[in-house]
Write a protein of this length. Structure first.
Length: 558
């Protein structure tokens, strides 16, 4: 196994044959992606419970580092909708300092994932879990935006999903028609904009149009009920200084679970995004390098006041569709956001909150994956169980619980399915040799099983679950045999659980005066048995490499 550090940022390989034509394509793509990222960064920041500039700072710092150090040529990093629920929950329980520490810890975990080469493993998290918690996050994001979308003047909505919806229905009379109109028209603009132009993002069009409309209504029609960002936050375009929070062991212990959730979710989302990008551009990302790059980004970003970041599928696809083919495009996107932050940030105070809510409603619809959800409902019941369990745990409790329980259920179901792949059956009277691989040349068609001999065959890996089936089968014979032959020609490997079960079976049979003979044991499995003393337990003469010898040995014993 290659033990060298698996950290090879795509930036270095992409610059080897870099030219002016590629730079111009990256420059154009970076500018467009920067413009697309602006409203999303603001919306994700506010929805997460932080000020809008923190969302942009995250997109700037994390976007730059992920492009510079990541394992994908076209990945665009920044704040994403998946983290809204987690971030808001951590802030509510631990405050901004707790969020900063949890993000730093998540960065460390991501780097460890990459150093331990877990990039390929994380990609094998069951699909129903991914769809379940992604759809659950989408429903939760939509739920959190209803108040701003309709301009409700109610007090702060409850954090609990069910209680929040009860509060909404109780306060339907507080809906502001002007804010509701701004929010719903914003949704309509974003939904129809791609039909008119694929280059200019609908979210940016909606923000510009509805900000102008809100200003006109306020100044010329006396409509003052449309809440804007400036009404809720004080906007600053000043770059923050680096601040490292005070770390205590008690705080770190309390934030391990949220930090792991951020790290796992960030790893899943970034690697999914990179995999999708690979399929479009015909490239192969380095998953471990990508995790290390993501980890460094989440180590640096919170020091400057940012929130968790990961690879963003929508912005990555925007980058690809507009010609971006190297990490330079992602760096340009970060520079564009920095220039907007320094020179245009004060204008953000005029953006209506209902418009930003409309942006997030469309984001939540895109995240919902309802087509995938519907398709999975036609799958086996075990997949449906994991899907629904993860989905409802996400919206009713939180993502941490959903991921933990979902993974546990998936592991249990995997164990059950693996145990079902191993078949243990009894062979009666005669053995059909037509398809046997362990027969000797010259034997024809059938072998007769002597009286007083039982033959069992294991088809598949010998591990958990297989031992119990022997007990069920052995109980079906009327008389106690003198010899039990266990055919293992189709056993590719045996694990410690299988060894323990086989040892118990042998000891139990010996107490009953029954001799165990193993047949067709392949070299790999035989080596494991010998290392664990089965040659002494059974006797080397009772471990045979084909059924002829096993039956001959059984005749001698009978």
């Amino acid at each position: 196994m290659d033990k060298r550090l698996d950290f090879r940022p795509k930036m270095f390989s992409a610059l080897r044959n870099y030219n002016k034509q590629t730079f111009m394509a990256d420059l154009m793509a970076g500018v467009i992606v920067g413009i697309v990222a602006l409203p999303l960064a603001i919306a994700f920041g506010i929805a997460s419970g932080v000020s809008p500039e923190k969302g942009i700072i995250t997109a700037i710092v994390a976007g730059f580092i992920i492009s510079a150090l990541g394992g994908s040529k076209v990945q665009i990093g920044g704040p994403t909708g998946a983290f809204i629920v987690i971030v808001a929950g951590i802030i509510g329980q631990y405050g901004m300092t707790g969020l900063t520490i949890a993000t730093l810890m998540a960065g460390v975990f991501l780097i460890l994932f990459g150093l331990l080469r877990l990039g390929t493993i994380i990609k094998y998290i069951p699909y129903p879990i991914i769809v379940g918690f992604t759809s659950g996050i989408a429903v939760t994001i939509f739920t959190t935006q209803v108040k701003d979308l309709l301009g409700m003047t109610m007090a702060d909505a409850p954090s609990d999903f069910i209680e929040r919806w009860i509060a909404y229905f109780q306060n339907l009379g507080s809906i502001d028609p002007w804010s509701a109109a701004v929010g719903l028209i914003s949704v309509a603009i974003i939904a129809t904009a791609p039909k008119l132009s694929k280059r200019v993002p609908g979210s940016l069009i909606a923000i510009i149009v509805m900000t102008v409309v809100a200003l006109l209504l306020k100044n010329y029609a006396g409509v003052t009920s449309i809440e804007t960002i400036g009404d809720r936050f004080s906007i600053s375009s000043q770059l923050p200084g680096a601040v490292v929070p005070e770390l205590t062991w008690e705080t770190i212990k309390g934030l391990v679970a949220p930090a792991l959730t951020i790290a796992v979710l960030g790893a899943i989302e970034s690697l999914l995004s990179a995999t999708v990008a690979d399929g479009v551009i015909g490239d192969h990302h380095n998953s471990n390098t990508e995790l290390i790059g993501q980890g460094v980004a989440n180590l640096v970003t919170p020091i400057f006041g940012g929130i968790p970041a990961t690879g963003a599928i929508a912005r990555t696809m925007t980058n690809i569709n507009n010609g971006g083919r190297s990490p330079i495009a992602g760096i340009v996107h970060a520079v564009v956001l920095l220039l907007i932050f320094l020179f245009l940030m004060p204008l953000a105070q005029y953006i209506p909150m209902a418009c930003l809510a409309g942006v997030l409603v469309v984001v939540s619809y895109g995240m919902s994956g309802w087509r995938s959800f519907r398709a999975l409902m036609r799958n086996p019941k075990s997949d449906i169980t994991v899907l629904l369990l993860t989905f409802f745990l996400t919206i009713i409790f939180d993502l941490t619980v959903a991921i933990e329980v979902g993974l546990i259920c998936a592991c249990l179901l995997f164990m059950r399915r693996m145990s079902e792949t191993t078949d243990v059956r009894a062979v009666y009277d005669e053995i059909d040799l037509n398809e046997d691989a362990d027969m000797q040349a010259g034997n024809l068609e059938h072998l007769t099983i002597p009286k007083g001999v039982e033959v069992y065959e294991i088809n598949g890996p010998y591990f958990f679950g297989a031992g119990n089936r022997f007990e069920d089968l052995m109980g079906r014979y009327g008389k106690r045999p003198k010899v039990r032959i266990i055919r293992m020609r189709k056993v590719p490997f045996i694990d410690s659980t299988g060894l323990h079960n086989l040892e118990n079976l042998c000891l139990m049979s010996q107490k009953e005066g029954i001799t165990i003979v193993l047949s067709g044991v392949n070299k790999k499995v035989e080596d494991v048995l010998v290392r664990n003393g089965f040659n002494q337990l059974l006797g080397e003469e009772n471990i045979c490499n084909h059924i002829d010898l096993a039956l001959e040995r059984a005749r001698q014993l009978v």
